[in-house]
Design a protein. Sequence first.
Length: 278
Amino acid sequence: MSGRQATALILAGKRDGRIDPLAAAAGVTHKCLVPIAGDPLIGHVLSALAASPEIGEIRISIDDPDALSGLALVRSLVELRRLRIVPSRPNLVDSVHAAAEDAAYPLLVTTADNVLLSPQTVDQFVAAATGAEVAVAFATREAVLAAHPEGQRRFYRFSDNAYSNCNTYWLGSPAALGAAETFRGGGQFAKHPMRIVRAFGLINLIRFRYGIGTLDQAFARFSRRFAMSMRAVIVSDGATAIDVDNDRTHAIASALLLERQQQRATDVAIHSQILLCD
């Protein structure tokens, strides 16, 4: 373990109060409840966080807490006093502020559609992020494509490599919540470059657009702009960059999750055989 356990926050509310197309197609009220590989999306994220020794309390930010009442894992973690559900706010940043109130820091923030997040990646991210005020998880283009050649189509290009965001963030202290204001207008900087101007300045937009400098150099500039330590963390599992946004990524994530389940079953069978031979 890296030290004090982090509090994990899963963002699971509706975007602008609208029902997500995947949720509508699946006949559920929230995207986080869309089934995949035998469980709802949020079930996979909860399982990964709960299995990590680096995570203590888990919080879920959702507009309708009752929507989660039918999930056995949610009920179990609530009974163990390890899970707390906090009503979300209309805005992403306000939801983070509300869910982080009286939380024990550091705070790891992720999304309910980040279904390929694994306990191993959580541990790797926490170990690398510890000591920073703000950290953001990325995977290299090579790692993402190795996980699945069609899993992710958008990458941030820098002089050292191209990277994809893994929807996993680190806030080292309450002061770091100020950096969350960057996302008040929404994230997805690759799709909306003008958001970089508002958040990081025109020079950083130019550097971003033309791939000038390395990812670490970019975060060094961000650290100076925000007057706090900000760090890019490269996780080894490129699948972490594949979140469930549409039918295509749902199918890809489902296949990868089933592969993991089959591998775990195989590992258990091999271990059982070894014990029998002993």
